[in-house]
Design a protein around this ligand. Sequence first.
Ligand code: XBP
Ligand code: MG
Length: 265
Amino acid sequence: MSLDALIFDVDGTLADTEEVHRQAFNAAFRAHGLPWTWDPERYRELLAVTGGKERLASFAEAQPAGDHRGRDVAELVAEVHATKTQWFTERIASGRVAPRPGVARLVAEARARGIRLAIATTTTPRNVEVLVPALLGEGALAWFDAIAAGDVVPRKKPAPDVYRRALTELGAPADRCVAFEDSEAGVGAARGAGLFTVAVAAPWTSHHDLSAANLVLPTLGDEAHPLTGADAARAGGAWLGLDGLAARHAAWVAASGPERGIPAC
Ligand code: XBP
Ligand code: MG
């Protein structure tokens, strides 16, 4: 098989988590006495900024100074984000979200065939530590040979840094791995790292342009959520299985030559 590893994004790809993130931010604002509330429409706009701390900082700096009540904005952002992460992980640990269709199936297929697993995400590492077992079961974190998350890289998506970090930790070449993403920034990051990329738009990224991905599907599909029509034709059946994925990846490798490699930057 032409594949060494599958590299998964987290928020929106492993699970539809952004509503819990949004509620966590609002809970943190209340806990810190801030007069801010992010409704779904405002949050959808704010998601254009990747990274919760960066998203919060860009919002906070645009608010009236009085909101901060004399507190240093950078310190305030760090404190509020820590509260947010605590709130988020407590809800996730209580079982608030399920894996997106096909994620558990494809992970199980990969493990059964000796294909390694990795994560490349903008989210805080603590979120991954709690979310993966909540989604895939106790001990599932150990299935991932590389977990590149949050501030381990200087630049967040769409920069390719976090995918390059995952590849380095895997010790695998980009053209023997596949990335799974849900957002325009995430697809840009994965493609920028030279990876064959499967995009599965999530409710919070349904308006994103995912056309830079090599394969775009509504979900990965599974028995309970079969793909149909043109989606099934693209996936090679009612769901994207490991053989169908490997065939599409191998065809891309054969057709794209060296220019598919990592752009200089
Ligand atoms: C999505 C993000 C994250 C989350 C919030 O990450 O941009 O910032 O919205 O999590 P992914 P944090 O790359 O997994 O799609 O507050 O921990 O950043
Ligand atoms: Mg995502």
